[in-house]
Ligand binder design. Structure first.
Ligand code: AMP
Ligand code: MN
Ligand code: MN
Ligand code: MN
Length: 284
């Protein structure tokens, strides 16, 4: 298949921390010229049936998707899964366990914020939550903007929700090998999301890619809304070095917050193998 396909294989709906429904995302993707779409809610496949039907109604091709939170070498890494059977119980059970700690973590985040004089953050964040099992830092960020504590969500993350800040609670997510296995057991492909967004040493990053491959991982996001053009070039080289297929996705969350709209991305560099070529028989 065509490397110049307008594929957008990474975005979020109200089923995780996006602000649009799967149907509204499908309509927006179509209007922006997306030809192949995947909804990749965090740790959740609850929106897949709706997304598939909405894509069909829009006349867009669809790959099932999710973005799994993983802890690797002390950092959170995101693994995108594409083209799996979203009814597979190894996958749905693994995701359910991964979501499991979010409620308690959110309570602790709220306690941390209360200590610096920001009260009622748990209830405030809940007002933005579309899926009670998926309260995330993004929902806290929206509440802190609403409360006038910060001017936008990046400022909230910088001042309150990242390591060492009052609302940050260290959390252990899924293991890399488990996330890769859940996806591959369900017939899909595991992909390292936005690799430039981690702060690994070169040795740790090499270990991430090596272990990911050894566990059966097969792709890496090269063109994403969170990569600069230099970062895309760098990870195009990494894809070739590790023999990984390349993915493309906006990571769109909200018309008000996201810099990169659905489908509004550079094309994949031509020398790479697109993930949609490997997943051709999983496209619906
Ligand atoms: P969580 O899974 O609860 O840790 O939340 C992670 C989500 O927070 C990511 O998927 C992004 O949507 C959002 N996020 C993380 N870092 C930032 C940042 N620096 N600025 C804005 N949003 C961020
Ligand atoms: Mn998110
Ligand atoms: Mn991510
Ligand atoms: Mn994402």
């Amino acid at each position: 298949m065509n490397p110049l396909l307008n594929a957008d294989l990474h975005c979020h709906s109200t089923v995780s921390d996006g602000t649009l429904t799967p149907e509204a995302l499908a309509a927006r993707a179509k209007a922006n010229g997306v030809e192949l779409w995947a909804l990749t809610d965090h740790d959740e496949v609850g929106g897949q049936q709706r997304a598939l039907e909405a894509a069909r109604a829009q006349g867009m091709k669809y790959l099932t998707g999710t973005e799994i939170s993983v802890t690797f070498a002390g950092q959170t890494v995101h693994i995108v899964g594409l083209g799996f059977d979203h009814h597979n119980t190894s996958l749905t059970e693994g995701l359910r366990r991964t979501r499991g700690g979010r409620g308690e973590r959110a309570q602790e985040m709220s306690e941390g914020l209360a200590k610096v004089g920001i009260h009622g953050a748990y209830d405030g964040a809940l007002k933005y939550v579309g899926n009670p099992e998926l309260i995330s830092r993004t929902h806290f960020a929206r509440f802190l903007v609403e409360a006038g504590v910060c001017k936008d969500t990046p400022e909230v993350f910088r001042k309150y929700l990242t390591e060492g800040k009052p609302g940050f609670v260290p959390h252990r997510w899924a293991r890399l090998q488990d996330a890769v296995q859940w996806i591959t057991d369900a017939g899909g492909m595991a992909i390292i999301a936005h690799p430039a967004r981690y702060s690994f040493t070169p040795n740790e990053e090499y270990a991430l890619f090596t272990e990911f491959k050894a566990h059966g991982g097969r792709g890496v996001e090269v063109v994403t809304g969170s990569h600069s053009s230099q970062e895309a070039l760098r990870y195009a080289e990494t894809a070739i070095e590790f023999g990984l297929a390349a993915s493309r996705g906006s990571d769109f969350h909200s018309p008000d917050e996201s810099h990169t709209d659905l489908g509004a991305l550079p094309f994949l560099p031509g020398q790479l193998t697109p993930v949609w070529e490997v997943l051709a028989d999983r496209i619906q």
